[in-house]
Design a protein around this ligand. Structure first.
Ligand code: PLP
Length: 413
């Protein structure tokens, strides 16, 4: 745009330029999902913020005062960048947080929390069932490499969490609903235990998304999301986030983002920002279809068990009712009364549902987790013979049920 055109332009809306972000923060969840982190571009007047792929920004006239290890400031994209900041603004609005940090993956977010808040000789209490990389970090790598102590407990049992606390406990880390067993833990009760012990509570809330569950409103200190899943929602980018107070998020940025280097690419941040616009609409569909599929599965004689937070049969269903006001999510697990060969054959006969890991995508995904997973001694016993993790997508509910039905019939189930 030449200077003359630029001078002739006058903002349509005076109100939108003044403290627009602060106003959006007062609006409902869907409005925040649409408008959060998005402003009219100052240079081009585009109503969508652009992708800024630059890995560095022009230095000021006198750069001598710059702290090259600080997060923020527009200097270098590992420390901060335009698309990262805009996505962080939106996530903080969705999680009811003072601040968020976005990172290259959900695992970078979990590792960032552990690295920042726990030191050698200190102690972590963690859910016995969590994402496999969280399990590796907490159960193996941090103890072996840094002498960090840990106790894994069934965090559905609040009393067990309380009993696991030691004088040097710094962090309680839970995942609810948990991947892949859907175990539900009571965030508010565990937050109180953490705070009585002067420890922090971090909650991996990926399975719920902020539409269904907001751990910070229930007293958690840190909320972790794999943005790869529901928040992006389209299966085409990796990302992770931690939300919490300015102080905690600032520490994660300097200690674990700038210095460990797990920064997200501007393009992925932009894709996730774009995908997140429809989060509320998508979650409503995921919630409705997953409940219908879970109920249908529960009525089948060849189905051994179904784990879904929206079913009264799940332990802690009453806790889920209280802490997941938006709905119970699109993830469920179930077992079939069949051997491994039959289970694999059943999956091979699905025509709508795709066999793949990951979750929270537009398309439904199933993963057969056969017997023999080393963590299975920690799972509820019904999971020990192998089970399916099913991520219900946005297809027609009847098509999903019909697909499961015909594949079961072909497998003789
Ligand atoms: C997928 C997942 C992660 C890891 O996220 P990535 O983006 O794959 O690194 C962490 N926690 C939960 C609950 C997940 O489902």
């Amino acid at each position: 745009m030449d200077d003359k055109t630029a001078r002739k332009r006058q903002r349509q809306s005076e109100v939108r330029t003044i403290a627009h972000a602060a106003f959006i923060a007062t609006q409902g969840f869907a409005t925040r999902s649409v408008h959060g982190g998005n402003e009219v571009d100052d240079e081009t007047y585009a109503i969508r913020r652009p992708i800024t792929m630059a890995n560095s920004y022009e230095l000021p006239y006198d750069p001598t005062g710059i702290n090259w290890s600080a997060a923020g400031g527009m200097v270098y994209t590992r420390n901060s960048g335009a698309n990262q900041i805009w996505l962080e603004q939106k996530l903080a609005l969705l999680e009811s947080a003072e601040a968020s940090v976005v990172l290259a993956s959900g695992v970078a977010a979990i590792a960032g929390v552990l690295f920042t808040f726990v030191a050698s000789g200190e102690h972590i209490v963690a859910s016995d069932n969590s994402y496999i990389a969280a399990y590796r970090l907490i159960e193996e790598l941090f103890p072996q490499k840094y002498g960090i102590e840990r106790t894994l407990v069934d965090s559905r049992d609040v009393q067990a969490v309380r009993q696991a606390i030691r004088p040097n406990t710094r962090l309680i880390h839970i995942e609810t609903p948990a991947n892949p067993t859907l175990k539900v833990s009571d965030i508010a009760a565990i937050a109180k235990i953490a705070h009585d012990a002067k420890a922090l509570l971090s909650v991996d809330s990926t399975f719920a998304s902020p539409y269904n569950q907001r751990p910070l409103e229930l007293g958690a200190d840190l909320c972790i999301q794999s943005l790869t899943k529901y928040i992006n929602g389209h299966g085409d980018a990796l990302g992770g986030a931690v939300s919490g107070s300015c102080e905690h998020i600032g520490r994660i940025k300097t200690e674990a983002m700038v210095n460990l280097g797990g920064s997200i690419s501007p393009f992925n941040a932009w894709l996730i920002q774009r995908g997140s616009v429809t989060l509320p609409l998508r979650m409503r569909q995921h919630n409705a279809s997953a409940l219908a599929v879970a109920q249908w599965l529960e009525g089948r004689s060849s189905v051994n068990f179904v784990a879904y937070p929206g079913l009264a049969s799940l332990a802690n269903h009453n806790v889920a009712l209280r802490q997941m006001p938006g709905g119970f999510g699109g993830m469920l697990a179930f077992g079939l009364a069949a051997d491994t060969d039959t289970c694999n054959y059943f999956v091979s006969q699905l025509r709508v549902i795709t066999s793949a890991v990951s979750l929270g995508h537009d398309e439904s995904l199933i993963a057969y987790l056969g017997p023999g997973d080393e963590r299975q001694y920690l799972y509820p016993s019904e999971f020990n013979d192998g089970f399916f993790r099913l991520s219900i997508g946005l297809e027609d509910t009847e098509d999903l049920i019909a697909d499961l039905d015909q594949a079961m019939a072909r497998a003789g189930l």
